[in-house]
Every structure is written in C-alpha cells, then in structure tokens.
Design a protein around this ligand. Structure first.
Ligand SMILES: [Zn+2]
Length: 262
C-alpha cells in the first residue's frame, strides 16, 4: 500500500489531506489502512476509478459507502484509468461523466476534485477537467501554487519514500510565486530539447534537475534575469519527462512539472 501527500491546501481540501494511493479503492486501503488513519485521525482522500470497483482486490460500493460514512473524502480518478492525453476530447468527457454518474448513483455525492491517471495530462485534458472540478492532481513532486490548480503536485509516500523525515520534507516545501514554463502543454507529440522557465524573480539561485526514463540530463542552462533557458543535451525519450527546480532560502522552494512524451 502506498500513500501520497500533496502540500496543496486550498480551503476545500483538508489540511494534510492524504491519499491512500492514487488507485485508492484497493481493498488494503480499507482493511488495513483505514483503521490506522482513523486511530491517528489522519484525513484521507480516495481517488476512485469506477471501473475497478467490486473487482478482485478492490473495494465494493458497500465498503466505499462505509468509508464515506467514516469520514473518508471520495474523489474522481476517471472510469477506466486510461492515460488522458491518448484520448480525444469526447472520450475524456465520457470518462468523467460516466464516473461522476456512478459515484452519484452509488454514494450520493458529486466529487469536486480529480486526479489524472498516472499524473499524465494535456492542455485538452486540463480544459475538460476544469469544467467539472475545482482542482486536479498530477503525480509529480513540488509545492502547490494557485496558478497550477489543474496540475497540482503530490509527493509519493511509499516503502521507498515514506520515512518520517521524508514526510516532514514533503510537507514543508514552499511554492514560487508564479512560474511560467514553455512549452506549457504537458503532452508533447514531437519531443524537443529547448525549454524556458520564467520564475518572475531573480533566477540565479534556482537549480533544475531534469530526468526521463533514460536518466537525468546534462542540460545547458542560461540565466536571463527571471528566466532560465534550458537546452537538453539529448531528446527526451517516450514516456514521462520531469522538471524539478529548487531554491534554498529559509526553506526549500520547489517547482515541479511533468510532461508526457508521445
Ligand atoms: Zn491511478
């Protein structure tokens, strides 16, 4: 079982809200996790993909109803758990409407938060999601910024990254005021090597670590006042491309971004 923590604290998310893995309907969350969370009064959010409910090792609607009655926050994670950038707009709408309908029919609630399957999204997916939800979570590390409320970072807390120090670090990261990253579409059909990040503050003490499935990049970074111009030393490979930029100044400021390369 893994849990995830997001430092996102808009007023409608409970402080220190924890997700019991992105696929929160795993029955271990209910049988093993929930009593522990209850004992220590940790608020829990489950993101459901509705197609799995009642399947082997997954919670039933009855168990979900019980969890809801015990104070668990239940939110949306699509119907089929498909990676949204691979779907067209109508297919994304169908994923959301089908899962919202099933959750309303079975639990009597309408989720207002969303988590992208695999944390993967695109400009199209964000536009659709913003019509149904107040905010949406990715699966990349970083601090929450109100300017990114449809691509909110969250930290994995699992067997490898679940120590108490890790939880303290993850919950204390600070956001930059506003970061503009170009290209802004998190889905890239043609991979590129050039990126521009505008931190809207002096960028000279900001360091970016960039990696994909092949490993980390040795990029060339040019600092132009508030901007970092980044040239990767090779094309990113198919899959996830992650940017993690940090600045240490009375705490750790952390900007994270995840691209999906087709
Ligand atoms: Zn998932």
């Amino acid at each position: 079982m893994s849990t995830q923590y997001s430092p996102a604290h808009p007023s409608y998310i409970l402080s220190n809200t924890q997700g019991c893995s992105a696929n929160g309907e795993a029955v271990a969350c209910y049988e093993v996790g929930l009593p522990v969370f209850e004992k220590f009064e940790v608020p829990v959010t489950l993101f459901l993909n509705t197609e799995n409910i009642g399947g082997q090792n997954y919670m039933s609607w009855g168990q979900l109803k019980d969890a809801l009655n015990r104070g668990v926050d239940i939110q949306n994670h699509t119907h089929s758990h498909s990676s949204l950038p691979t779907l067209n707009e109508l297919e994304i709408v169908n994923e959301i409407e089908k899962s919202q309908k099933l959750i309303l029919e079975n639990l009597g609630i309408t989720p207002n938060l969303f988590a992208y399957p695999f944390g993967e999204n695109s400009s199209t997916a964000q536009n659709v999601v913003s019509q149904y939800f107040d905010a949406a979570f990715g699966q990349h590390s970083g601090a929450f910024s109100i300017n990114q409320k449809y691509f909110i970072p969250r930290f994995p807390l699992n067997e490898n990254y679940g120590s108490i120090d890790r939880i303290k670090d993850a919950s204390s990261v600070l956001p930059f005021n506003n970061v503009d990253i170009q290209p802004s579409n998190p889905y890239q059909i043609e991979p590129i090597t050039r990126y521009v990040l505008d931190f809207q503050e002096d960028a000279s003490n900001i360091n970016c670590f960039i990696s994909d499935f092949q490993g980390s990049f040795n990029q060339t970074t040019t600092n132009l006042s508030s901007k970092l111009l980044i040239e990767l030393n090779r094309l990113p490979v198919k899959g996830r491309l992650r940017f993690n930029c940090t600045k240490v100044n009375n705490g750790i400021f952390w900007f994270g971004y995840q691209y999906l390369i087709n």
